[in-house]
Design a protein around this ligand. Structure first.
Ligand code: UD1
Length: 423
């Protein structure tokens, strides 16, 4: 299993190209099931989660051709062979559950294993199930699998979500494109990845209004056609690399970055005394003098501060001046990076969903363990400012969500190296 070795203390300077969004690609890929004609995605990130989704789609009989070193996926579902998503694949990644809505809508049946994914809380699927039942599906849980059927196809319905779940909104949105009549999702998630999915579905011929707001209205159509769609920029990768110069010092331009993808996050950076400006090609971040200042952060659904940037933000707050309070409102058990950061000299007190972080003037390199995807990268970020060497072990989670992290950080002067270890 690989480790990442970070030698801290070098200020950064240069440009980092931000990839297409993992979380957008993971819902755009299953959308191919809705059509017999090809769906081509460009700007897909080169990540192990994308390979897992490819394996899952191929197991259903979808043809997936990966071009340009993984940056383009051409998919065709005309020869699908099964509607069963097996545990062996689904357990690797929660987003596998995004085949449920498309399978039900197109084939009127699906057997989908309950998912695994990052160990960051309970992550049930009740919101998906309740909504699809409202649209006329019958869903039973047997042997760890959801068995879903719908006689004569899904029907449009009013679907209020008890929480603005990203995955549930995506599943319902995809399902509703082929349902009979009109579906109205209220309390829908408003994440940019939802808007990206709606854009792609519209290009395939779907009729959707209101994506990006809390109420999405979908008028079902008989069939969807072929489309080519460019995956939106990854706002989480963007935020992660924007934090690198804040932590290490220096100045980085994130190419492809847009303010409207990360506005709540940028607001907090500015409160911490960080300079963020828009450039022709992206966003430029600079930390000129001294340490950033402490800021309080609460994670919320979009447009609030994203839970997927909480761990990285904590790494920054560990070396800020003053005390910050971080509240995690989306997932319980998402502070597993805190004890690892503490091993590097951070002062963090976790009580339930609240972490109180008192900044220290110097972090120290240590051996640490990556516990989930975003936690892994937060430890690398912390290592950029730490004295000496930080070794982040068990980085397989990292490769699920960050392509070429050592090259991207290396290109702006960071000393980050991947070390192959046995076992
Ligand atoms: C997506 C993102 C993930 C991000 C999360 C929140 C993808 C592939 N993953 O995950 O990176 O951290 O949004 O922004 O896009 N919940 C229920 N019942 C349900 C569904 C969800 O109780 O049926 C709860 C979850 O346990 C969690 C909260 O709702 O506490 C948010 O989950 P959700 O928005 O569904 O996240 P995902 O779509 O799984």
């Amino acid at each position: 299993m690989d480790s990442i070795v970070v030698k801290g203390g070098t200020p950064l300077k240069g440009k980092i190209e931000i990839a297409g969004a993992k979380n957008a690609a993971l819902t755009l890929m299953p959308a191919t099931i809705l059509s017999d004609e090809p769906l081509t995605l460009t700007n897909t990130p080169r990540l192990s989660d994308i390979k897992t989704m490819t394996t899952l789609l191929e197991s259903l009989g979808v043809e997936v051709t990966s071009l340009q070193g993984g940056k383009v996926q051409v998919m065709s579902s005309h020869g699908m062979t099964t509607t069963r998503a097996d545990y062996e694949i689904v357990r690797k990644m929660r987003a596998s559950n995004l085949v449920l809505g498309p399978l039900l809508a197109k084939h009127h049946q699906a057997v989908v294993s309950l998912p695994g994914g990052c160990a960051i809380g309970a992550r049930p699927m009740d919101i998906h199930v309740t909504a699809l039942e409202a649209m006329g599906a019958t869903i039973d849980l047997k042997d760890g699998y959801l068995h879903a059927t719908t006689k004569g196809g899904l029907k449009g319905a009013k679907v209020p979500l008890r929480f603005a779940s990203v995955g549930a909104t995506e599943n319902i949105l995809m399902a509703a494109t082929l349902a009979k009549g009109t579906t109205v999702i209220s309390n829908a998630a408003r994440e940019p990845e939802i808007v990206d999915l709606a854009d792609c579905l519209r290009a395939m011929g779907a009729q959707i209004d209101g994506d990006g707001t809390s109420t999405i209205e979908i008028q079902g159509v008989d069939r969807l056609g072929a489309a080519t769609h460019r995956v939106v920029t990854d706002r989480i990768e963007l935020g992660t690399y924007m934090l690198a110069p804040v932590i290490a010092g220096g100045e980085v331009e994130c190419i492809g970055g847009r303010m409207n993808l990360v506005s709540a996050f940028v607001e907090k950076l500015q409160m911490a005394g960080v300079e963020v400006s828009e450039t022709k090609d992206g966003l430029r971040v600079a930390r000129a003098n001294g340490r950033p200042k402490a800021v309080d952060v609460t994670t919320e659904p979009f447009p609030g501060f994203p839970t997927d940037l909480q761990a990285q933000m904590m790494a920054m707050l560990c070396m800020a001046e003053g005390t910050s309070v971080l509240e995690e409102k989306i997932f319980e058990n998402r502070f597993m990076h805190a004890p690892e950061l503490t091993r590097m000299g951070a002062d963090i007190d976790v009580q339930g969903g609240t972490a109180t972080v008192t900044g220290v003037s110097k972090m120290k390199g240590a051996q640490v363990m990556a516990t989930d995807l975003r936690a892994s990268v937060s430890l690398i970020l912390a290592g950029l400012a730490a004295e000496g060497e930080t070794v982040v072990n068990r980085v397989y989670h990292l490769d699920r969500g960050y392509e070429h992290v050592e090259e991207k950080l290396g290109a702006v002067g960071a000393k980050v190296e991947r070390v192959k270890t046995d076992g």
